[in-house]
Design a protein around this ligand. Structure first.
Ligand code: ADP
Ligand code: MG
Length: 256
């Protein structure tokens, strides 16, 4: 299915905040073109891991390598160049309320691309089509539902044609139908754009749907990595407890 080429490598990563040990020797390899989903309880360090991958946090020891460059050791200019290869869908979509949809998506294009205003308009149109929301350029972000905001956030994340897309809790706060729309879009991004993706989530329905492989973060390390099938059939008690507990609480959420 994919060439076995390690693209992102997390090596023996340690990070504490004061006395709180968050990452304690975390190792994880992500192959080019795959979608890796990192699962783990709330507060287990999933977002902290993502922030090390884009260089928003620096490790206490160990490191993250992206395409053989050590993220924590790059100077500002090189880090900036590396970050342009990432698209990020933040937890709350993080749109600018004062800008309409078009200007939100065009924001990074205006700053970081050499496209003309006409070319930027075309790119915005294409990105909105890609996420299944053509023609909403002029809507204000305050007029959008939660699911629409996520989709505009995704359109913005893909505008600079990233090689890597990071998703922080892409389905949190969405109803099951909208979650499914987002899950399908994440698969589509991988198939159409051939991107490498890392998603962090505690939603097992979403994890099984979008992942090529799933890694469970527990007590600062990766407890197990495997395909969705392997994780479903895990023999490790910690992993079994998490995936069962979480998927049953997700279903309760549906009934409410
Ligand atoms: N900048 C920070 N300063 C201090 N503590 C932090 C910081 N970022 C995260 N933490 C702590 O690290 C732990 C892991 O956080 P996080 O990665 O956000 O968890 P999650 O797995 O829910 O995404 C939490 O206890 C959080 O309070
Ligand atoms: Mg988080």
């Amino acid at each position: 299915m994919m060439a076995n080429e390690t693209y992102i490598q997390v090596v023996d990563l340690y990070k504490s905040f004061g006395f709180k040990k968050v990452l304690q020797g975390l190792n994880l390899d992500i192959q080019r073109g795959e979608t890796m989903v990192v699962i783990g309880g709330s507060g287990s360090g999933k977002s902290v891991l993502l922030k090390h991958i884009i260089g928003l946090l620096t490790p206490d020891s160990g490191g993250v390598f992206v395409d053989n460059q050590e993220v924590g050791r790059l100077n500002e200019k090189k880090l900036d160049l590396l970050r342009r290869r990432f698209g990020m869908l933040f937890q709350g979509a993080a749109l600018f309320d004062s800008l309409n949809v078009e200007d939100n998506i065009a924001f990074a294009l205006n700053r970081h691309s050499l496209l003309s205003p006409g070319e930027i308009k075309i790119r915005v149109t294409q990105c909105l089509e890609m996420v299944g929301m053509p023609g909403i350029e002029k809507l204000r972000t305050s007029e959008l539902s939660g699911g629409m905001k996520k989709r505009v956030g995704l359109a913005r994340a893909i505008a600079l044609q990233p090689e890597i897309i990071l998703y922080d809790e892409p389905t949190t706060g969405l109803d099951p139908i909208m979650s499914d729309v987002i899950n399908n879009l994440i698969r589509e991004m991988q198939e159409k754009l051939k991107v490498t993706s890392i998603a962090i989530t505690h939603d097992m329905v979403s994890a099984y749907k979008i992942a090529d492989r799933i890694a469970m973060l527990y007590e600062g390390r990766i407890e197990e990595v495997g395909t969705p099938e392997e994780i479903k059939n895990t023999s490790l008690p910690i992993v079994r407890q998490f995936i069962r507990g979480e998927s049953s609480s997700t279903h309760q959420g549906v009934i409410q």
